[in-house]
Design a protein around this ligand. Structure first.
Ligand SMILES: Cc1ncc(COP(=O)(O)O)c(C=O)c1O
Length: 484
């Protein structure tokens, strides 16, 4: 009765939204179906895109269908083929269709996921997805998981828990007292730690001068001897946070986790955090898990869904062994918010935001779709493709893969048999030509003082044929710029 009355009111007062949903679905489908055959870069630059979007503030409304058509027309030329099969830029997953479909529903359901009684289903999906994550990644089952925007925020959340705990052990309650006058915290990390670790520390009031950088080896892994020295230089009563890495940005290399963690445990007041933005997924792959041996001994971990789990943007996970320390750092409480009962999990107690998207649905959907064996097979396949790509590229004279390809990342140097100056110039020219030609996409970086092409094999849709096509395109570009 109630429902049929409501349906009548709605039919008379609301226009039919079906064409808008269908239109969006149609455009999404055609974009994704064409992604493998289109040029693998935006065909419209930022200034061009800006010129297309720029118009005076709308004084009057526009019908839904026209808004969506206009958006597609304006946006598509400026979109990158990040969901395509030959995209190797940065470290970016494919936004798998199952995750996207779950995420569409998430948006359509419009759930504010701050509170478990406001949205029981979103909170429940997060709880279960969190349990699955811990199981897949082989992390302590008592850990708590916050669903955040990405690894940067995962660092922020986990390091906030770390800061609170190491100070609490010295009798300082940072949540009550703030940082002014607090004992100082020393941070020990590798000299190739990701820049977002520094960002998170900065947000937490921990400055660069509090950081001790430890030398790394030729693949970017922390040297044990230097680490031991940094640990031995810390005093007994000092608050120390150690940040280790599982998956270096350019090389995919892992710090020697077990020995480093064991060493750090000699300190009385030390919290060990691991940046595993993409590398933590090696734990879910039996033939790569050895790389992360001992990782479960740390105190916190940061990892992304929008990298190797292929969830759509944005999705990262802040994982903390000591759930109480996690909650102390993040809990948002107010009289108008229902409080969680014993054993219940409120999403907002593990992240910085109160109002936010229900990220658990896409995570739940991707794990359900791929399963343990599907995730393992995907990670293994990408690592094999990375090795194949390396083998194909080095058949060309002057091409050098600078890293040990242990995971999915390649650091490639062109003109490696010439002077450094020539090599830098030709590497940058090769990158520009690869991007211009558009068979595949890869970017560049300066690493260990020289320019490299960075290749990240992480897209779900990639096949061996794509790898071979990409190797040919990269070699073709290198040959072309070498004779210019
Ligand atoms: C090793 C590492 N840590 C942290 C990040 C930051 O992750 P996000 O961009 O999801 O915040 C990245 C991003 O590529 C990364 O590779």
């Amino acid at each position: 009765m109630f429902e049929s009355k409501l349906a009548n009111v709605m039919a008379s007062e609301h226009s039919d939204a079906t064409p808008t949903w269908n239109l969006a679905c149609h455009h999404a489908k055609s974009f994704r179906e064409g992604i493998g055959t289109r040029i693998q870069r935006p065909i419209q630059t930022y200034p061009e895109s800006l010129a297309v979007f720029e118009e005076a503030t709308p004084e009057h409304g526009t019908p839904p269908h026209d808004v969506i058509s206009d958006l597609v027309q304006k946006a598509e030329p400026g979109l990158h083929a990040m969901t395509g099969p030959r995209f190797y830029g940065w470290v970016i997953g494919n936004s798998h269709e199952v995750g996207v479909a779950a995420d569409w529903l998430t948006a359509a359901w419009g759930q504010n996921t701050g509170n478990h009684s406001a949205t029981p289903a979103a909170a429940a999906a997060e709880t279960v997805a969190a349990e699955w994550m811990l199981d897949l990644l082989g992390l302590p089952s008592e850990s708590s998981v916050g669903f955040v925007t990405g690894c940067t925020m995962a660092h922020f959340v986990t390091l906030a828990a770390a800061r609170g705990e190491v100070l609490a052990r010295l009798g300082w309650n940072v949540e009550a007292e703030g940082l002014s006058g607090s004992p100082s915290i020393k941070v020990i990390l590798g000299e190739e730690a990701h820049s977002t670790v520094y960002s998170a520390l900065k947000y937490l009031g921990i400055g660069k001068k509090q950081v001790v950088q430890v030398a790394v080896d030729s693949n970017g892994a922390i040297c044990q001897e230097n680490f031991a020295k940094a640990i031995s230089e810390s005093t007994e009563d000092q608050a120390v946070i150690v940040v280790l890495q599982a998956g270096q940005l350019n090389t995919g290399t892992f710090d020697p986790l077990r020995p480093l963690i064991n060493k750090a445990r000699e300190l009385k007041n030390c919290w060990i955090h691991v940046d595993g933005a993409f590398g933590l997924w090696a734990r879910a792959c039996p033939d790569r898990a050895y790389l992360a041996d001992g990782i479960e001994l740390a105190d916190s971990w940061a990892v992304d869904g929008h990298k190797w789990l292929q969830t759509p943007y944005d999705c990262g996970y802040a994982i903390v062994r000591d759930a109480e320390a996690h909650r102390r750092a993040m809990t948002i409480a107010a009289s108008y918010l229902p409080s969680a009962a014993e054993g219940e999990r409120d999403p907002a107690h593990y992240v910085p935001e109160l109002s936010r998207r229900a990220r658990g649905f896409a995570t739940w959907a991707m794990i359900k779709h791929l399963g343990r064996d599907g995730i393992a097979a995907m990670v293994s396949r990408h690592c094999q493709y990375a090795r194949l790509l390396a083998e194909l590229l080095v058949t060309e004279r002057g091409v050098q893969v600078m890293n040990d390809v242990v995971l999915n990342q390649l650091a490639v140097r062109f003109g490696a048999d010439q002077t450094q100056e020539y090599g830098d110039a030709i590497t940058q020219k090769t990158i520009a030509e690869v991007q211009r030609e558009g068979t595949c996409f890869a970017g560049g970086a300066k690493w260990r003082g020289v320019w490299i092409m960075r290749i990240s094999v992480i897209g779900f849709s990639m096949t061996e044929a794509d790898v071979r096509l990409s190797a040919e395109a990269i070699i073709r570009a290198y040959r072309k710029v070498s004779v210019e």
